[in-house]
Write a protein that binds this ligand. Structure first.
Ligand code: SF4
Length: 466
């Protein structure tokens, strides 16, 4: 499954008086591009003021030498994002910026908040005027209204009023500040390049620019980087964490060290567990590119069934905004995936995919494989059945659209045209990720949401119906 769920954002920040902060941020964002392709933005401070540029498009479309030169300063934060319907367009791109009595401020956020509807109503009643429909803007208003005198305390004051998933980079005139929510739902890591510090959503950003990984920003921790170096404060405490387990098998890059684990090796472990839970008699194992490949390798290794490359992905088909015609609909999944007939023909094929959401993509893939001559297709899934939406930053559709919530296993198997269908169990997934108890969020599989929310604050149900 390669085109159904969207992560909301990727972050990169740097404080450096000797290196090219803007160029390194651009490269850091390149490495985070898989976390969001709708818009990209950057804000810089030279100690006196903040300049910024953001627009819709990929990092390579939004930034060029000319635009980078207009951003001045040694502190820079950058952001790439995917957005939901209500928050699309350049105006909602990040970083968001504001000028207030405590100085300039820019903010880049990954995650999703669950009490901004009521907070926004309260702020508007008290006179706040919102410039965007981006829920993150609530944080800026709370900071501006805070009675705390310095910016760090104002940020803490604002964040203590919000609930949800957030990894955030703040840029002030003099500081780069990073904060991760108390449950650590979205990733955020610290690196060092020469004598300077960098922060990113995932470690491939460090690998690309030659920075060394130091550690994760701890859940509930604030990291402050300024002319005196780096210092940290534990600003929120929690007796559990709720790292998003979806990041491990779906979003993270295979070369990423995510939540302290290598993504590729973790996915291989998930594939091995899948093979222990679901034994089938088949001729070859293939993976749906890209994120099904590592789990397929693990499945093959554990089961002894040979692995092969059975599906090719066209990496050059990006998001299109043209109205789909009959021809587009007919081409469907073939625009992105094509089977290698010589590998598939006359074989009993295990195909490993990372998840099934609506079931429509799985059905198309299985049709492709059967058309390519597969005798039988066994669909094995490296996540449990998705049965509930996410309110913390992953764009999972409504419950009514989730095939795992509305159909039994056998009904789903028939619907997607598979000869066998097996999901990894929730316990098997936690075991292969080597999760400690209460370490990961798995609410979209179990409906056990780690942060309570009120229905009036949730406006996802009607929005996530694309
Ligand atoms: S509900 Fe699912 S997608 Fe959302 S944070 Fe939890 S595990 Fe991740």
């Amino acid at each position: 499954m390669f085109d159904t769920l969207k992560e909301e954002c990727g972050l990169f920040g740097i404080y450096s008086k000797t290196l090219e902060a803007q160029k390194l941020t651009m490269y850091g964002l390149f490495a985070m591009q898989h976390r969001g392709q709708e818009s990209a933005g950057m804000a810089s401070s030279d100690g006196f003021g903040v300049s910024f540029f953001k627009d819709t498009g990929l990092v390579s479309n939004v930034f060029n030498d000319e635009r980078l030169k207009k951003l001045k300063g040694h502190i820079t934060i950058g952001h790439v994002r995917y957005s939901n319907k209500r928050e699309s367009g350049a105006i909602n791109a990040q970083p968001l910026t504001m000028r207030h009595s405590k100085g300039d401020l820019a903010l880049a956020h990954n995650g999703s908040l669950i009490n901004t509807v009521s907070l926004k109503k309260m702020l508007e009643k008290q006179g706040s005027i919102f410039q965007t429909s981006n829920e993150t803007e609530v944080i800026l208003h709370l900071i501006a209204r805070s009675k705390e005198e310095n910016i760090e305390e104002s940020i803490i004051d604002a964040l203590s009023q919000i609930k949800g998933a957030y990894s955030i980079l703040f840029l002030t005139n003099e500081k780069l500040i990073a904060v991760r929510d108390p449950l650590g739902m979205r990733p955020l890591v610290i690196g060092k390049i020469q004598n300077d510090y960098v922060i990113a959503s995932e470690t491939p950003a460090f690998d690309l620019i030659g920075a060394e990984y130091i550690r994760e920003v701890n859940p509930g921790e604030m990291v402050i980087i300024d002319s005196t170096g780096m210092r940290t404060k534990q600003i929120f405490e929690s007796n559990r964490t709720a790292k998003c387990i979806f990041e491990m098998f779906y979003f993270g890059r295979p070369d990423s060290l995510l939540f302290g684990r290598n993504v590729h090796l973790t996915r291989k472990e998930i594939g091995k567990e899948l093979a222990r839970e679901h034994k089938v008699d088949a001729d070859i194992v293939i993976g749906v590119p890209d994120s099904g490949i590592s789990a397929a390798l693990g499945y093959a290794e554990e089961s002894g069934i040979p692995y092969d490359i059975g599906i090719m992905r066209n990496h050059y088909v990006g998001r299109t905004f043209i109205e789909p015609t009959q021809l587009d609909r007919e081409l469907g999944v073939k625009k992105k995936l094509s089977p290698i007939v010589e590998v598939i023909n006359n074989k009993r094929v295990v195909v490993v995919d990372d998840s099934i959401v609506r079931g429509t993509t799985s059905r198309k893939i299985i049709k492709l494989l059967k058309k390519a001559g597969a005798k039988e297709v066994y669909m094995l899934v490296s996540s449990p059945a998705v049965v509930s939406p996410c309110y913390y930053g992953v764009d999972i559709p409504t419950r009514q659209e989730l095939i795992g919530a509305t159909h039994s296993l056998e009904e789903t198997r028939k619907q997607i045209l598979a000869d066998y269908l097996g999901y990894i169990s929730v316990e098997g997934l936690h075991k292969s990720v080597k999760a400690a108890s209460n370490e990961f969020c798995d609410a979209c599989f179990t409906r056990k949401y780690p942060i309570e929310f009120s229905q009036s604050d949730i406006h996802y149900e009607e929005d996530n119906d694309e």
